[in-house]
Ligand binder design. Structure first.
Ligand SMILES: [Zn+2]
Length: 80
C-alpha cells in the first residue's frame, strides 16, 4: 500500500486529507513548470516560420524551383 501524504498515495486511490493535499501540491508544481508540449509547439512554429521564409525567398529569387517544390509537395500530399 502506498504511503499516505504522497501523490502516489492519492494515485493509488487514497483520498485522505494528507494524500489530497499532496496531490494538490503536486499538481500545482506540475502546472507551474513550463510544459514540454509548449516547447514542442514553439519549436514547430519556429521551424514553420523558417520554412515559410525560405520558401518566400525562393519564390521571389527562383520561382521556377519554387514551383517545382510546390508541385512535388502537392503531389506527395495528394498521395496520402
Ligand atoms: Zn492517504
Amino acid at each position: 500500500m502506498a504511503k499516505c501524504g504522497t501523490n502516489w498515495g492519492y494515485i493509488s486511490g487514497c483520498r485522505c486529507d494528507d494524500c489530497r493535499k499532496a496531490h494538490r501540491d503536486y499538481q500545482r508544481e506540475y502546472l507551474s513548470r513550463p510544459e514540454p508540449r509548449q516547447k514542442h509547439i514553439a519549436r514547430a512554429a519556429f521551424r514553420n516560420r523558417v520554412a515559410h521564409q525560405s520558401m518566400m525567398w525562393l519564390k521571389k529569387n527562383n520561382p521556377e524551383q519554387y514551383y517545382k517544390i510546390y508541385d512535388k509537395v502537392k503531389k506527395e500530399l495528394a498521395d496520402d
